[in-house]
Each structure stands twice: as C-alpha cells, then as structure tokens.
Ligand binder design. Structure first.
Ligand code: SF4
Ligand code: SF4
Ligand code: SF4
Length: 327
C-alpha cells in the first residue's frame, strides 16, 4: 500500500513550489466504490488526496482537458507547471503525449506512485450492487479489505484485480520527478493470452462476435472521454464537414466509430483499461486495443509510452519496416 501520509507530504511540498499551479490527484468519490480526480490549489485541498486500490482512472487525461480551455480576452496564459500523481500507466500516457508534442516535459511535475494494481470497478460493483455508502478499500497481505454496513469483507486480490494489472509490465512510473515509496516487483505475464481464442476464431465468427458487441454501443463516447490519448481538440467523430460518422446509433455507424477509435490508438494505447472501465455497455474494448498493440509490437518492435525522446510509431519510418500488408 502507498503511504498516504507521504503522498500528502510530497504533494504539499510540490504545491509550495513557486512554479507549480496545482496538483491533480485522487480523492474519495461521492458514492460507493468510486474515486475521482481531485484538483489541489491549496495545502488544505491536498489533504483530501488518497491512493487506494480504487484509484483506477487515468489522471493523464486531465491536464490536457483543463489546459485546452480558451483564454478570456486580455487574459495572460499561466505557464506554471501542473503536478500530477502518476501510476505506471498514467506516466506512460504522459510520456506518449510528450512524445507526440501534446505537451512539454517542463509543463508537468510528476509524483510517481509504484502501483500494486487497482480494482476492477465493474467486478466489485457486480458483487456489491447499489452500494451508495462511500467505501474505502485497503490491500493487506494480498487481500482487499473493506467494511460495508459494519461487516468486514476480505477478498483475495486476484479475484478483483483489474485484468490490465494482471499483465502489467510497467507498474512503476517510467517518468517521474519524485517517487513516493519503493518500486514494486514486476512479474510480467503473457499479455496477449486473453485474445488468443478470438485470434484463432474464423473470420466469420470474429465478425459475428464484434457485430454483437458493437450493436450494443450507445455512442456515449465515455471511452473517448476516459482515454488519456484521446486528446484531439476536435474528434473526427464530432465533425460534420466532412462527416465521417453519422449521428445515428446503428450497427454500421457504431462499427465505424469503434474501429476508428481503436485504429487511432494503434501504437499509442498504453493499456490502462480506462476506456473499457468507463464503457456502460461492457464492450470488451481492451480486446481490440490489445490486438492492435500486439500487431504493432510484432511488426515494428514498438511499445508506446516508454521514452519521451522516441519518435511516435506513425511519425517514424524505417526502410526495414514490414510492408506485406501493402498490396
Ligand atoms: S496497468 Fe499497471 S500501472 Fe496501471 S493500474 Fe494496473 S498495475 Fe497499475
Ligand atoms: S463507452 Fe462503450 S457504449 Fe460508449 S461509445 Fe464507447 S464503446 Fe460505445
Ligand atoms: S485506448 Fe483505453 S487502454 Fe488504451 S490508452 Fe486509451 S483508455 Fe487506456
């Protein structure tokens, strides 16, 4: 478990710096097993910071969303840095964004959290439905421990751990200014095991599978809003001229949206699972993301979000790049 006191102490020290505007961390949510992003402008705000197994959102989404607000007439841009609490996957998202020139390294101060893994939100909400009371969860000796209506529950970690965390190769931040705690041990497992069955299915069966999934998409775009790498100021899905995707919610347009989303993340997705976590229709978006990630790795030996000085996959060319797919 991350030392909460240390987290608050480091965040306060960082906020006291003259060149830091505010810090983004996690706080308890307003109900059940939710946590939410917290924006700390004062030392008092920092005191609400937590890091628990429920901190499963990707905070790399927020600096861009916040900073993209237009300035008022005559308003000067505030160029102070933004502090962000980052797990391994948040730090990879920031790294990828910097690599793509979406932000500069100097614009952020990263408070690194060695991440022991987070809880699968949907799984815990399934087991304890309609839980409105704010519930805090601690990890003790490979068990998640929490109390609901006076009753203590202990659930083995592996039963509730998010799927992405089970195969995470980078739980420790790859980019940070200060690390809060000792690095956690990395036990890499077969990352693509979960998509093996689908890969082995016939083309017809795969198509049928995805048709069924996309049929239920309601085009709420929660997947896009949760994704730290979906930061274009105008998403192609919202364009009216040219209109790439019609507004109608039907299989054809839903398929277009989901394929477009997945392809825009190819070579950029850092496997945080925030999109799938946000999807209210339980569409297995990580299966698509993983498949594209696997293809990219095998074809170009490229893993996104590891090095701010590397070139983005689609912005680089190597004469030895495979081209069998170009007819
Ligand atoms: S994917 Fe890795 S860094 Fe991200 S929450 Fe899971 S274990 Fe932590
Ligand atoms: S979050 Fe799910 S339902 Fe909403 S647009 Fe994305 S895939 Fe469709
Ligand atoms: S596509 Fe999903 S898993 Fe990939 S970076 Fe975006 S939110 Fe994370």
């Amino acid at each position: 478990m991350v030392d909460q006191k240390k987290l608050v102490e480091v965040a306060k020290e960082t906020l006291a710096r003259k060149d830091v505007k505010y810090i983004i961390g996690y706080k308890k949510g307003s109900y059940g097993f939710q946590t939410s992003a917290a924006f700390a402008y004062t030392p008092k705000d920092v005191e609400q910071f937590i890091f628990t197994p429920l901190c499963n959102k990707n905070l790399a989404k927020y600096p861009l969303k916040e900073e993209k607000l237009p300035l008022k007439r005559g308003e000067e841009e505030d160029k102070r840095k933004i502090g962000i609490v980052v797990k391994g996957c948040d730090s990879r998202a920031i790294t990828q964004i910097i690599q793509e020139n979406g932000m500069n390294r100097e614009e952020v101060v990263l408070l690194g959290i060695p991440c022991p893994g987070v809880i699968n939100q949907k799984e815990i909400e399934k087991r304890f439905p309609n839980q409105s009371e704010i519930t805090e969860i601690n990890e003790i000796n490979d068990e998640y421990v929490f109390t609901i209506e006076g009753k203590e529950h202990k659930i083995p970690k592996q039963e509730l751990l998010a799927e992405v965390c089970k195969t995470c190769d980078y739980p420790n931040p790859v980019l940070y200014d200060v690390m809060i705690g000792e690095e956690v041990e990395v036990n890499p497992k077969e990352e693509y095991e979960g998509i093996k069955e689908l890969e082995e299915a016939s083309l017809e069966d795969r198509w049928e599978y995805w048709e069924e999934q996309f049929q239920s998409c309601i085009r709420c775009y929660a997947c896009r809003e949760a994704c730290p790498l979906c930061y274009c100021s105008t998403c192609m899905a919202d364009l009216l001229e040219p209109q790439w995707i019609r507004r109608s919610v039907n299989l054809s347009e839903n398929t277009a949206w989901n394929i477009m989303r997945a392809f825009h993340l190819a070579g950029r997705c850092i496997n945080c699972g925030a999109c799938e976590n946000a999807c209210p229709m339980d569409i297995p978006l990580m299966e698509l993301n993983k498949k594209l990630g696997k293809e990219v790795k095998e074809m170009f030996e490229y893993t996104p979000g590891l090095d701010i000085d590397a070139k983005p996959l689609l912005g680089s060319f190597n004469p030895d790049d495979p081209e069998e797919f170009i007819k």
